[in-house]
Design a protein around this ligand. Structure first.
Ligand SMILES: Nc1ncnc2c1ncn2[C@@H]1O[C@H](COP(=O)(O)OP(=O)(O)OP(=O)(O)O)[C@@H](O)[C@H]1O
Ligand SMILES: [Mg+2]
Length: 259
């Protein structure tokens, strides 16, 4: 793990949906300025991990610390004010509001008007199409443009940590490449740490520095992404490399692999 100071510390977290236990003792860390990925098949618990960090769900057991402060039972708006912005699965933009109004919603906790304006221009710099469409309803945007809007809306909250839930979902390979390039730029230029949940292992392992593999609510592998890419099980089950030497029935099913 990086020597930089820890920003997010998740320790032995267990999260339930009513009687259903989705997370079974997950521990992970994100250091300041780091990109960390969580890989896993459908239903592994990736979205639940992000919802637990952002305050949408409360953990039943374990702790979630941000900058050393326990946040496990804070509501989502308090978590956001501390500097964690969540781009949820399926984007969840407001379809009847314009692109511009959606972006301002991301800054609703802020009162520094000049800086909000500066951040709007920053988002338009990353995604020029949003400037062109700023007065159109968000519901009229394509899937890729909505993903760009969802990422930009989160950036308008000036996050220290960005939670990204499957930004590649449903996008063409070309768009996926473009969006991941911008994700790397946001991390590099703004110093924003990123916790990236993905099924597109190719992009995630090339983008992040450290990775965790989640299987049925538990972390089964954790290592530097460069090392994970050399791991037989990752090659076989996530990168689709048949000559990896792993035999037997596939336990992990991939939703898609584009490369
Ligand atoms: N609202 C819910 N009510 C009950 N069970 C749920 C709910 N949401 C998720 N689950 C269950 O919790 C487990 C983890 O789901 P989660 O959505 O976190 O997985 P995921 O890794 O994000 O999957 P996907 O790749 O399909 O998005 C699954 O068994 C799922 O069926
Ligand atoms: Mg999910």
């Amino acid at each position: 793990m990086s020597a930089s100071a820890s920003l997010l510390d998740v320790t032995a977290v267990e999260t339930f949906y009513g009687p259903i236990q989705a997370i079974r003792g997950v521990s992970l860390q994100v250091a300041q300025g780091q990109i960390v990925t969580v890989l896993g098949a459908n239903g592994a618990g990736k979205t639940t991990v992000l919802r637990t960090v952002s305050g949408v769900l409360d953990p039943e057991r374990g702790s979630v610390k941000f900058e050393g402060k326990e946040i496990g039972h804070l509501p989502p708006d308090r978590v956001m004010r501390l500097g964690i912005c969540h781009v949820p699965e399926g984007r969840e933009t407001f379809p009847f509001l314009t692109v511009y109004e959606n972006l301002l919603m991301g800054a609703y906790t802020r009162h520094d008007k000049d800086e909000v304006h500066r951040d709007l221009e920053l988002c338009f710099g990353y995604f020029p199409v949003l400037k062109e469409r700023s007065h159109q309803r968000a519901g009229l945007l394509s899937g890729g443009e909505q993903q760009m809007l969802a990422i930009s809306r989160a950036l308008m909250g000036r996050p220290k940590l960005l939670l990204l839930d499957e930004p590649s979902l449903g996008l063409s390979p070309l768009l996926v490449t473009q969006i991941f390039r911008i994700i790397r730029r946001i991390n590099d230029e703004q110093g924003v740490a990123i916790l990236l949940v993905e099924q597109n292992a190719h992009m995630a392992l090339r983008t992040a520095q450290f990775g965790y593999v989640l299987e049925v609510g538990r972390i089964v592998l954790a290592d530097d992404c460069a090392k994970l890419m050399q791991t037989d099980a990752i090659k076989e089950f996530y990168l689709g490399q048949k000559d990896s030497g792993v035999r037997g029935q596939r336990r992990w099913k991939r939703k898609r692999l584009w490369h």
